[in-house]
Design a protein around this ligand. Structure first.
Ligand SMILES: *Cc1c(COP(=O)(O)O)cnc(C)c1O
Ligand SMILES: [Zn+2]
Length: 388
């Protein structure tokens, strides 16, 4: 609502927010939305929030959509931050919490980003949207595009979970399966988009999916009574939620809602696709492509991310880190989380619990700390992983 301009995340140069934008024209890097936070703070107060609806649109003033008429919504966001007492007790943890993003429309947190990106597309009068997707982003785009009366063109690796492919088709999207990885799908969108008149909504290659995902950070603070946890474990593909949360923390500090303390942010990846973990461990500022990437956690099968340098900076600044876990660990942990807490989590969500075990045994995370795991999706969309 109080969007003023976009700025290049590499050089800071200002870009016009009144027209559709993809990456920055100066550096070909992600653009971030900037707001007049003083104006936002006049109506967006902690007290006002108590009267608002339970969706991410409760943070309306710090979301980019100009007029309510352009909002495309299915009630996404404000998912529960659930205590995980039985899982925590197994490890003697004082405070273990799971942010359950499977309770979003489309059963994953991709709904947050797509709700905002599609709303902005509507504001700009765009009608044909395209995306490369490892699974859940496609489902979310298909959903919100249908809701907005737009065309969705979705490019997925042929080995994407069947539920995601069927979901997209049944929602009326144009689905193309590619024999390759999400990076190959992205290249296909880039090759065809001008001729076809598609707007590319690849994550961090348009400025507003991250605005939807940043609401994870606002919710964490609000649900913890305006404090932040000590440790956050985030299953990382493109990293949009991780960088989005960090952006939200900065905005909230400038709104005067929180202090300078930040959680230690940990990226969790699959051992078969761990570009950020490798780059973090090697002390690099950007991440080389992970060649021959393979993992059954489709959301983590992202061998190269355009936001790599932003993520690596956050992991270091926050005093966090990066952990890789195997597919077998994820599958075993899915049942462990499910039977202990009644949540059939996605393998990506289970990966955060597997990573937590490593961090506890290394002494990197201490038992008395407050810890948040992100369950980013629903296990039921990954039946192939469980022998289904
Ligand atoms: C997309 C996805 C991820 C990775 O999210 P990023 O924000 O791109 O890092 C993790 N888990 C699930 C279930 C996903 O769909
Ligand atoms: Zn730039």
């Amino acid at each position: 609502m109080h969007l003023t301009h976009l700025a290049c995340t590499a050089c800071g140069r200002s870009h016009d927010a009144s027209v559709p934008q993809n990456v920055s024209t100066c550096c070909s890097k992600p653009l971030y939305a900037h707001y007049d936070l003083a104006a936002a703070a006049r109506t967006l107060t902690k007290a006002a929030l108590q009267t608002r609806g339970k969706s991410l649109w409760r943070y309306r003033e710090v979301l980019p959509v100009k007029s309510d008429a352009h909002i495309v919504t299915l009630g996404e966001g404000f998912t529960p931050l659930l205590p995980a007492p039985r899982l925590g007790a197994k490890h003697g943890l004082a405070r273990l919490l799971i942010k359950d993003e499977s309770q979003n429309p489309t059963q994953s947190f991709k709904a947050r980003g797509m709700a905002v990106a599609v709303s902005m597309a509507k504001q700009f009068g765009l009608t044909k949207l395209a995306v490369p997707s490892a699974g859940n982003a496609g489902g979310a785009l298909a959903t919100y595009a249908a809701r907005a009366g737009m065309e969705a063109h979705i490019f997925m690796p042929a080995d994407t979970p069947k539920a995601n492919i069927i979901e997209c088709r049944e929602l009326g999207a144009h689905v193309t399966l590619i024999n390759g990885l999400i990076t190959d799908c992205g290249a296909e969108v880039a090759r065809r988009k001008v001729a076809e008149g598609w707007f590319d909504v690849s994550t961090l290659k348009e400025p507003y999916r991250v605005e939807g995902k940043k609401t994870l950070g606002y919710e964490l603070a609000e649900q913890l009574d305006w404090t932040l946890p000590d440790v956050v474990l985030y299953p990382t593909g493109g990293g949009t939620g991780l960088v989005g949360m960090w952006k939200a923390f900065d905005e909230m500090e400038r709104l005067g809602w929180i202090g300078r303390k930040r959680p230690r942010m940990f990226t969790v990846q699959a051992s078969g696709c761990q570009p950020i973990v490798r780059a973090f461990n090697a002390g690099e500022k950007s991440a080389a492509e992970h060649l021959g990437a393979t993992t059954r956690a489709s959301g983590l099968r992202v061998p190269k991310a355009i936001g790599d340098f932003i993520m690596l900076d956050i992991l270091r600044k926050s005093g966090g880190g990066a952990v890789a876990v195997t597919d077998d660990e994820m599958i075993a942990c899915t049942r462990e989380v499910g039977s202990a807490e009644g949540l059939f989590v996605a393998p990506e969500g289970a990966a955060t619990y597997a990573a937590l075990k490593h961090l506890l045994s290394r002494g990197t995370v201490r038992r008395e700390e407050s810890i948040v795991l992100f369950n980013t999706g629903a296990g039921v969309k990954y039946l192939e992983c469980f022998g289904g």
